[in-house]
Structures are given as structure tokens and as C-alpha cells.
Design a protein around this ligand. Sequence first.
Ligand code: FAD
Length: 433
Amino acid sequence: MFSQELVLLGQYSLGDNMRFSGWQVLRQGVSGNKGWAPQWRNPDPKTEYDIVIIGGGGHGLSTAYYLAKEHGLKNIAVLEKGYLGGGNVGRNTTIVRANYYLPGNSEFYSHSLKLWENLEAELNYNVMLSQRGVIQIFHSDGQRDAAVRRGNAMINQGDDAVLLDREGLRKILPYLDYDNARFPVYGGLLHPRGGTARHDAVAWGYARGADQRGVDLIQNCEVTGIDVENGKVRGVQTTRGAIRAKKVAMVVAGRSSQVAAMAGMRLPIESHVLQAFVTEGLKPAIDHVISFGMGHFYISQSDKGGLVFGGDLDFYASYAQRGGLHRKEQVMQAAMTLMPMIGKARVLRSWGGIMDMTPDGSPIIDKTHIEGLFVNAGWCYGGFKAVPGSGKSFAHLLATGTHHQPAARFQLDRFKSGHLIDEEGTGAQHNLH
Ligand SMILES: Cc1cc2nc3c(=O)[nH]c(=O)nc-3n(C[C@H](O)[C@H](O)[C@H](O)COP(=O)(O)OP(=O)(O)OC[C@H]3O[C@@H](n4cnc5c(N)ncnc54)[C@H](O)[C@@H]3O)c2cc1C
């Protein structure tokens, strides 16, 4: 049987439409894994496209995928200055959730989580979505009231929320410091459908799906200029030559202000560094995503066993993809305050990503005043969970010229009109969101 299978494998043409399945894994396994096809082509840029997407991160790739799949558009290029998925989409702490409070965010993240729940079937790609539950801990009566309000908003939106008192929390997170903590643990708000996903697999899955539908994914191609004539976008200048385009979409996360400046625009965005940390692999210990209520600290355990955690921004504007020691110290202090057992783990690595912070902490999916130029930005440090929803809504806007309902409030002019979507309630200071 195996020899017959090997003959078939020999005839298998490398290239498009190789679907992943258990059967395929078996077939490839018995042939020394020599029959796997590259997951996407490596085309040279054409001189003209209908739509050019700048940025091959999660949002750029999902936008390209939904443009091709749902709107039947094929003449599209994604231009990425490095390699696909080398930006924040491959650097985050992988938390996926729909536990927002304010109208605008609430319906958008709910929509995005529903897309996550079918993403593996949609993309035929194992994005390792693990709905292990996200728990936000509260430490005072005031925080409990806020958690109740948030939980009710989540339920009203059609999502799930469970309020746990201290004893309820102790049953599922016995390792927190309940007895000697500087900030006493009062309970937690559990969002059972929240969890984690494999971040770079999401980028790869969308990349493969877009490529299979004819999108050109062009790596090592930095956009260095945006051509605008008489108020209309005409194309882009790149390190691989000029490319004409009827529409140009800026989806460059931490570089949004710099790329928008190429079209003479000033965005309400500051770029800040956010760091993440991972420990050595440990036996299963933490089976939820936990976030601390008395400081910005969140933690989960990866499938490889490493504890993956992070905290606040470094708090000064920067384009560096690494962070300062002061933030490392704060994050470790928060970890020790919440769960002293973590002191026994050894941190293996830390890294940073560049966050596109808006003055209200909420994103932008909109047209600009330049005809044909669109912007998708301002995801701050919450844009990984938004990848499916953002791509779908941005594709809708690019293809139809109208706002997609779940993202209809993410418009640029809210920063002029004052209708901010300020989830944190911290006011118009970028680094506080
Ligand atoms: C440490 C850390 C932890 C995080 N944790 C979470 C989390 O747990 N949950 C969550 O929801 N979110 C999280 N985030 C945020 C999330 O990762 C980002 O909001 C999201 O990934 C940004 O969108 P993107 O994937 O499209 O960005 P990116 O992957 O950064 O994509 C943008 C791309 O644009 C490219 N580019 C830039 N300029 C140019 C140019 N001139 N020409 C061509 N290409 C260009 C870049 O190279 C990059 O690949 C975290 C981020 C970090 C850094």
C-alpha cells in the first residue's frame, strides 16, 4: 500500500491548492515530507494593480483574502517591506477576546470573535484557536461594579460572561496569592469564549488563502512614496520600482504615521513600544488567560509550555522593536504580586513591537480625504484579535466604498468631532490606552 501511495505522491504537482488534512499529513509522512508545496508564490511586482495593500501583517493579509474571496477582486498586491508576518502579528501575546464595553468596540470584537471560531475551517489552516477562557481579576468593590457592567454589556452583545466571586475564582486559579497579596483578590470576570491562537499561523493562513485566489504577495518591497495627483491616489513608489494602483490601502500598524506622511497626511497616532516575555517550557500550570486588575499584566501558557506575558507600553514614543528595563521590572513585579509561584520560572526571551496608539485607544478603518487612499490603523495593543474582523470590514470598505456595519464607528473624523470610543476612560493621551 505504501509503495502505491509513494507513486501517487510522485505525481502530485507542487503548487496551488494543496489542502491540509490528516490524510495529507500521513501521505507526506511516509514520503519523507518531500511533497509539501510552498504555501504561496513569490511573484515579481506588476506595474499596475487595482488595489495595492501596504503591509503584510495580519490586517493587510486578511484584507487581501476577503477582497479576493468575498468581492471577487483578484488584481491585488500586498507589499511588505520585510517578510510576511514579521511585524506585530508575529510578536504579540496571542490573546483573542470579545470582552469590550463600549458601543463601537463591542459589536466589532464580537463580530471578529465569531470569525475566529470558524477560521480554521475557512482557511483550511490550523491557527490553534484555544478558547480556554479569559479572566479579568478585580481587586475592589469599585472594580467589581465595573466588571458587572462590562459583563452585562458583553451578554447584551450576545457574547458570554460569568462573574466569579473570590471562592469561585480560587477553585479555578488556586495559585493566585489570595492571602497575603498587596492588592486583595475579590473575584474575576470570566469570558469563556476568549483564549489564544497561534499568531503567525493566522498570517500564514490568510497569506495562503489570498495567494490561492490570485493575490500577489510581494515581500522585501518597501513603499517609499505615495503618488497623489489632483487629490487622487495614482500608485506607490517602492524599493522594487513604481507601481500604479486605482486604490491604495495603508495597513502598516506601528508605521502608520510615517506611511501616511508620504501622502502628506498627519494621523492622530503615536508609535510606542510594547514588550512581551516568555519563560522556559513548564508543565501545564495556567490553563486560562489571566489579566491582573491592579496594573497592566496578562499571562497565558503556550502549547509548548512557556508562560507568555506582558504589561504596559514603555510609555515613550519609539520605533524600536525592543524595550527598556524599567518596563521589564514593572511586569515582573506585577507577575510576582499576582502569582508568586512565577518567581521560580526562568524568563527565556523578551521582545518588542511598535504599537500604533490613537488618542482614544480604538482603531481607524476609513477612507481618507485623498480619493482612492484608505487607512486601517490605530489597533494599539489589541489588534491581533481584530485580524479577521478588520480584514473583512476593510475589504468591504475598499470594495464597496461603504462602511461595514460592525466597524462603522471607526472613522477618522471622530477625533475632530470628539465622539471618541475611549474604552479605558483615560482621556486623549495615546500612551495611556
Ligand atoms: C508584544 C505585543 C503583544 C501584543 N499582544 C496582543 C494580544 O495579546 N492580543 C491582541 O489582540 N493584540 C496584541 N498585540 C497587538 C497586535 O499584535 C497588533 O495590533 C496587530 O498585529 C497589528 O496589525 P498587523 O498584524 O497588521 O501589524 P504588523 O504585523 O505589524 O503588520 C504591518 C506590516 O507593515 C509593514 N510595513 C511597514 N511599513 C511598510 C512600508 N513602508 N512598506 C511596506 N510594508 C511596510 C511591516 O513590515 C509589517 O509587516 C500585541 C502586540 C505586541 C507588540
